[in-house]
Design a binder for this molecule. Structure first.
Ligand SMILES: Cc1cc2nc3c(=O)[nH]c(=O)nc-3n(C[C@H](O)[C@H](O)[C@H](O)COP(=O)(O)O)c2cc1C
Length: 229
């Protein structure tokens, strides 16, 4: 049988301490919050949403809007043992929000990785070898037959969920689904093209970030403007 049943999550009686992965951030780029909310008809957006597989360059301003409406943290509550509960546009099992977003962008002939900081609404430039990213992305693009200059990878700091739930894997993958749904609808509202990527990115993602212990690639998506050249 080719179906692995993920065991049902169970909340632990007590929160247990957990280790946070510290990303190798070398520089911070603060994004400007959108100046005004352009009104869009939500039901028109839901109706027109579709996977689209051609991607023009996406500006930093468009990325800022996408992340602001899809992933910005708007509430943070401190719990016991250094744990926190967060509110963001997507729901998350237990408010843990174990999934971070890495943005890979092709800029001036090389791939650069950034971490989205959902509290500061900023991008942290990551110290990851550009050639290593390039090898992996070339391979990914040729497997999927789709190219772009920006892809976003969702990376789970799984201890954020396993410290609260036994059998947390199913919750993490369902968080990923909620994230993909939110980004897909926001992308449509912003007139951007969006395509979920089915592969997890493992074992490459945890290798690029040099931490099998604390993180796992879960999935990603292509994002771009409609005017591909
Ligand atoms: C979990 C998941 C994985 C997907 N993986 C891929 C993928 O690897 N490549 C791709 O081109 N589309 C992928 N898609 C997009 C689907 O092919 C697409 O949603 C489906 O064909 C229905 O089209 P629609 O989104 O326009 O309704 C994925 C979608 C989901 C939800």
């Amino acid at each position: 049988m080719d179906f692995i049943e993920l065991e049902s999550p169970e909340r632990r009686a007590h929160l247990i301490p957990f280790r946070t992965f510290r990303y190798p951030v070398t520089e911070i780029i603060y994004l400007s919050p959108p100046s005004q909310n352009e009104a869009v008809d939500f039901f028109r957006v839901v109706k027109s949403r579709s996977t689209r597989r051609d991607f023009g360059q996406i500006s930093l301003q468009q990325l800022s809007k996408l992340f602001w409406f899809s992933a910005k943290t708007s509430l943070e509550i401190n719990l016991d043992e250094g744990h926190k509960w967060y509110h963001k546009p997507s729901p998350s099992g237990g408010g843990r929000h174990p999934i971070d977003h890495i943005i890979f962008r092709y800029e001036r002939d090389k791939w650069i990785a950034f971490l989205y900081d959902s509290i500061a609404h900023a991008l942290g430039k990551l110290k990851i070898d550009s050639a290593d990213i390039g090898f992996w992305i070339d391979d990914l693009f040729s497997t999927l037959g789709i190219n772009a200059t920006t892809i976003v990878w969702n990376v789970a700091q799984f201890h954020r969920s396993t410290s609260v739930y036994k059998n947390a894997s199913a919750l993490i993958y369902r968080d990923e689904g909620a994230i993909q749904g939110t980004f897909g609808l926001v992308a449509e509202a912003l007139n951007l093209n969006f395509c979920t990527i089915g592969v997890s990115g493992e074992p490459t993602i945890s290798k690029l970030l040099m931490s099998r212990e604390l993180i796992r690639g879960i999935g990603g998506f292509y994002i771009g403007s409609k005017n591909a050249q």
